[in-house]
Design a protein around this ligand. Structure first.
Ligand code: GDP
Length: 468
């Protein structure tokens, strides 16, 4: 398929979602007004909403069928496998220098003062900088708050040949090109900032990635996680046993409900019904094209009451999830070994699910989404976030490009010219996003369907030693 075809196909699907976010949100507003000013209209608006939703679901079904009918799925699978294989071989090459005593190294401490998802993101950022500077990443993890014995007792070491941070010369970031060992601070205090930080993707892979994938950067993160999270035997046994014990089976939707310390500080409270409405719709659409014997979710939360509540309110669902794990998650601020196994298991099954419903304000769900990308050719649209759009902590700006012009319809809206770049702050999931037009410097709302994401392409080393 041409790149244009693949991009249009994805844009069309996104457009159907955005169209219905817009229509349903406006109709709900009308309905509210009608309740006082024109009560006879309420039921009419209701039936428009119902028929509109059915219409949307039929369109989504047709788009999925179109993808199947175009017969490019074989190409998509093969291209994804080849790209992943290439990047994995490059990472292996980078991480296994023939002579560790001579190797240039980048040292990074895993123990950032935050949760597991946040620490993984910290490590991936280090790994990206290591890739960008062609330095072997040395991950310091002894005394790790989640597992005192360190990373290597849980996951395979990042290198077979080179694990010590020793060298002839040392410097703090950025050091000199010939400095043998450079240590890297957390992304928030990084200075100077190199170009190969999130959301950049390497120029030599970008054309292939933009054709294959709806969000090349998330795919890129997924590749680092794929390399890093190769489990030690004890963990792979645990994951296999858990799958068996839970009866993990598709179709299944992964639901992550983040509560406790997050609510009111970094995120708003969302009732279970908000998550489950999305799940219900996912299965409703699926039932247009296949028989669903049993609606099933994998439910992860840091609040054990959530699991009991969902089981009580949705008795026709099979609900996989462990209240004991959720309980240990609730006290995860202690970061005991016990809570480590819980979060590994939860992230694993969330990422294995067909679709994710969660809040992207949580790094737990973003990690699951990133891992998911290495399990499908393109899983960019296999999520529904109740709050943020996808982001990476400490990222350089996230820009979009206008593909349709827009004239502001109220003082709160932006004017757009085709080609304008907009720094996006968020999607309100009602047809509008908020951001800053970089041409006019104005901040405001604009219709989400009038822009596409800009892929940030940066020259990384091309690893010519590793065959294509
Ligand atoms: P964030 O705070 O949600 O952005 O994500 P972090 O991963 O940085 O920190 C939250 C921590 O709380 C996690 O790493 C877990 O230790 C714990 N936690 C949150 N949600 C869950 C969950 O659904 N399951 C488990 N097992 N632990 C969770």
């Amino acid at each position: 398929p041409t790149s244009e075809y693949e991009q249009l196909r994805r844009r069309l699907k996104n457009g159907v979602h955005e169209f219905w976010y817009y229509m349903s949100s406006e109709l709900h507003k009308l309905q509210k007004q009608a309740q006082t000013s024109a009560p006879q209209m309420v039921s009419k608006i209701n039936s428009i909403l119902e028929m509109g939703e059915e219409h949307e679901m039929a369109l989504l079904t047709d788009l999925s069928s179109l993808q199947k009918a175009d017969q490019y799925d074989g190409w998509r699978e093969k291209e994804a496998a080849e790209l992943s294989d290439l990047v994995q071989r490059r990472l292996h090459f980078l991480q296994n220098p023939p002579d560790c005593s001579q190797a240039r190294k980048l040292v990074c401490s895993l123990n950032k003062g935050c949760g597991f998802g946040c620490q993984l993101h910290h490590a991936v950022y280090c790994f990206m900088v290591a890739y960008g500077t062609e330095r072997t990443l040395i991950l310091k993890s002894f005394g790790w708050r989640y597992h005192k014995g360190g990373w290597e007792e849980v996951f395979l070491p990042l290198s077979n040949t080179c694990r010590d941070g020793d060298g002839a010369t040392y410097a703090h970031w950025p050091g000199k090109p010939h400095t043998q060992v450079v240590d890297l601070p957390i992304i928030d205090s990084l200075s100077p900032r190199p170009p190969y930080l999130p959301l950049s993707v390497p120029a030599d892979l970008a054309p292939r990635l933009s054709r294959l994938h709806g969000n090349p950067f998330v795919w890129w993160v997924g590749q680092f996680l794929k390399y890093m999270l190769r489990p030690q035997t004890s963990i792979s046994t645990l994951l296999q046993e858990s799958a068996h014990k839970l009866g993990f089976e598709k179709p299944i939707v992964g639901v992550h409900i983040r509560r406790t310390d997050k609510v009111g500080t970094e995120a708003a409270f969302h009732p279970i019904e908000q998550y489950m409405d999305v799940v219900e719709k996912y299965f409703d659409v699926l039932e247009y094209s296949q028989k669903v014997e049993q609606r099933r979710i994998y439910l992860a939360s840091d609040d054990p009451r959530v699991i009991a509540e969902t089981k009580r309110k949705y008795p026709h669902y099979e609900i996989l999830g462990d209240p004991v794990v959720a309980k240990s998650a609730a006290v995860a601020t202690r970061y005991s070994d016990n809570s480590l196994m819980g979060i590994i298991v939860d992230i694993h099954f969330l990422s294995l699910s067909d679709y994710l419903v969660c809040t992207f304000s949580s790094q737990v769900c973003r990690v699951a989404y990133e891992i998911m990308q290495s399990l499908h050719p393109d899983a960019a649209d296999r999520f529904h976030s109740l709050d943020d759009i996808y982001y990476y902590g400490g990222q350089l700006s996230h820009n979009q490009v206008a593909i349709y012009p827009h004239s502001a319809q109220s003082p709160g809206e932006l004017d757009l010219k085709v080609g304008d770049q907009v720094g996006v702050a968020g999607n309100h999931w009602d047809g509008y996003s908020k951001g800053k037009n970089l041409r006019t410097d104005k901040i405001g709302l604009y219709p989400s369907f009038k822009v596409v994401d800009k892929v940030e392409v940066v020259d990384f080393p091309t690893y010519s030693e590793v065959p294509l």
